[in-house]
Design a protein around this ligand. Structure first.
Ligand code: HEM
Length: 253
């Protein structure tokens, strides 16, 4: 990577975020769940689990965004029509979990921790919300598009896109152009150097929360005999499959 900016000038926030999260981004891509996913090794059970987690995460993220939409620390990044995923995820939940999905979607402990952090930020430190919105939405507009094609093929899903509404942004014509606009808006946010540093740290935390989620889901799948591929029999547990259902996955708090 080249660094066109002179060291004495403050870098754009968008560049700082990209640079600071490069290492955790690689870590996220290399999480076992994501590595398997990229190889097309994704099962219905695994996909349903990760989508359920994302449902809870986006409900919380977008609730906090709505709470702070008029606050200048977030307002320039408020793009509900273009970005918000809650309605799409509700459609996907109905596809994957059926009409009574509200009672059926699992809520895992790592998902709970991610949601807790989003709520804490939205309510107590809204100036850090940009870090969470950046991590999820710019990710969805980048790698997310690759993952959509993979899952469509791996799970033999209808070309209508049913069950994958999350990955489709009907109000964004060009993901690249929108990412540019989003970056330029991030760069208009006024913040002190201290807050800026906290935003950068929070983006790394956001990536780690995602990585922990993947690690937990992988663990749940590894324990589940129905999810074993022939080459992957370590950790078989005859009674563990019941854990991958609804309330059993609730955190302890
Ligand atoms: C298999 C997993 C993943 C793949 C293949 C992937 C791939 C990509 C690609 C190709 C880009 C575009 C890079 C560019 O435009 O220069 C990107 C950007 C990005 N990804 Fe991922 N990604 C993955 C996982 C994740 C995860 C888990 C997150 C966070 C939850 C994430 C967050 C981001 C963000 C925030 C960006 C925008 C970086 C920026 O331009 O500032 N990615 N990803």
């Amino acid at each position: 990577m080249d660094h066109p900016q002179c060291h004495s000038l403050p870098q754009d926030l968008s560049d700082s975020l990209k640079e600071a999260t490069m290492e955790v981004h690689t870590q996220a891509e290399n999480a076992e769940f994501m590595r398997n996913f990229q190889k097309g090794q994704v099962t219905r059970k695994g996909f349903k689990l990760v989508m359920a987690s994302l449902y809870h995460v986006y409900v919380a993220l977008e609730e906090e965004i709505e709470r702070n939409k008029d606050d200048p620390v977030f307002a320039p990044l408020y793009f509900p029509e273009e970005l918000h995923r809650r309605a799409a995820l509700e459609q996907d939940m109905a596809f994957w979990y059926g009409p009574r999905w509200q009672e059926a979607v699992p809520y895992t402990a790592a998902t709970h921790r991610y949601v807790d952090r989003l709520q804490q930020v939205g309510r107590r430190e809204p100036e850090l919300l940009v870090a969470h919105a950046y991590t999820r939405y710019l990710g969805d507009l980048s790698g997310g598009q690759i993952l959509k094609k993979i899952v469509q093929k791996a799970l033999d899903l209808p070309s209508s896109g049913e069950g994958l509404a999350f990955f489709t942004f009907p109000n964004i014509a060009s993901a690249n152009k929108f990412k540019q606009l989003y970056r330029s808006r991030m760069n208009t946010l006024e913040m002190t150097p201290e807050v800026r540093q906290k935003v950068i740290e929070e983006a790394k935390t956001a990536f780690l929360l995602n990585i922990q989620l993947f690690e937990e889901l992988q663990e749940l799948l590894t324990q589940d005999p129905e999810d074993q591929r022939p080459s992957q029999t370590a950790g078989l547990h005859p009674h563990a499959s019941s854990q991958v259902q609804g309330e059993d996955l609730l955190g302890s708090h």
